[in-house]
Design a protein around this ligand. Structure first.
Ligand code: NAP
Length: 304
């Protein structure tokens, strides 16, 4: 990569940001596309978010990804926010078109694309989402948008599941939504009778990768698709249990690749080289594993 006076800049803001896998994934794609662009991680302290977003205009950056903890904090500084971004109260992709800043949430479509790769379609399926945090909200919206037959939000804290159900109300259409506690006596049957289960909790994430899965193997069965958004490790305890129970499985890497690919497509206007991005991401994950599984910052984020 040779940087010169014509190099265009994209990147990611987060705090911390050193754990981000987006730089290797995006730089591999930019190189493959033959673009004189570079993707840079920017560590932005929470009190500097407004200045960082203004900096997009000042420095004429093409766009930025936004990661924890800034996904909601950037909203007041944007000229336009996509309907998904408004509904979720969070965006992960900013685009600068001649100083006009747009915010979008590509997690919703990114999740759907990763499911499509398995040959599954959420339309007409009974879906259970476990968790009620940022990623669960995006996946719930994806299920509703795709026309799921029903959606059950299962969470450790019932009130948070109820909040997500209420948040989705404007987008609901015909999909009935139910909020349940993970400890509810109805929870095992809700999971068993579902066709698609998505774990949006960090349970099983490195370095706590040997804990029991968020739901036991007995709750799963053949004929189901079990997805885990956690991608480090790729084969989480939940996916191992699901496989033993005879269910199909989907790793979190796919969503990570597709949300990034969608951002790149917004910025470049060209189809993203998805397989190049996946390859670079998996290589970066393997490298991380060889180095002990994660950076100090990632271990802090993972509750280590
Ligand atoms: P978050 O906003 O912090 O939400 C975490 C959720 O998990 C909460 O609902 C929490 O329940 C629940 N939870 C936490 N620990 C639990 C436990 N021990 N038992 C049961 N439930 C528990 O997190 P997030 O940002 O949504 O991320 C969740 C996971 O998804 C992480 O592993 C993250 O890396 C991954 N992720 C992957 C992608 C991707 O592209 N593949 C994208 C985003 C996130 P309470 O409400 O009761 O606290």
């Amino acid at each position: 990569m040779i940087l010169n006076g014509k190099t265009k800049v994209v990147g990611v803001i987060g705090w911390p940001v050193e754990h981000s896998l987006s730089p290797p994934m995006h730089n591999a794609a930019l190189e493959w596309l033959g673009l004189n662009w570079v993707y840079v991680p920017f560590a932005v302290a929470p009190e500097r978010v407004g200045e960082a977003v203004q900096g997009l205009r000042g420095l004429n950056l093409v766009g930025l990804n936004v990661t924890i903890p800034h996904k909601a904090a950037v909203l007041p500084y944007l000229d336009e926010v996509s309907p998904e971004g408004w509904l979720l109260g969070a965006v992960n992709t900013l685009t600068n078109r001649d100083g006009f800043l747009t915010g979008e949430n590509t997690d919703v479509e990114g999740f759907l694309r990763s499911v499509q790769e398995t040959g599954w379609d959420l339309a007409g399926r009974r879906v259970v989402v476990i968790g009620a945090g940022g990623s669960a909200r995006a996946v719930c919206l994806a299920a509703v948008r795709a026309g799921a037959a029903s959606l059950t939000i299962l969470n450790r804290t019932l009130e948070r599941a109820e909040e997500v159900a209420a948040l989705l109300a404007p987008a609901l259409g015909p999909t009935p939504v139910q909020a349940l506690s993970l400890r509810d006596p109805e929870a095992p049957e809700a999971v068993r009778s579902a066709e698609v289960i998505v774990d949006c909790t960090p349970v099983g994430m490195y370095p706590h990768h040997q804990v029991p899965p968020v739901i036991p193997a007995e709750w799963m069965r053949p004929g189901q698709l079990v997805c885990d958004l956690t991608y480090n490790p790729r084969r989480t305890v939940l996916l191992q249990a699901a496989q033993k129970a005879g269910a199909e499985t989907l790793e979190g890497v796919g969503m990570l690749v597709h949300q990034g690919a969608l951002a790149l497509e917004r910025w470049t206007g060209r189809p993203a080289p998805v397989e190049v991005m996946r390859h670079a991401l998996l290589a970066a994950l393997s490298e991380r594993r060889r180095n002990g599984g994660g950076t100090a910052a990632e271990q802090r984020l993972n509750g280590a």
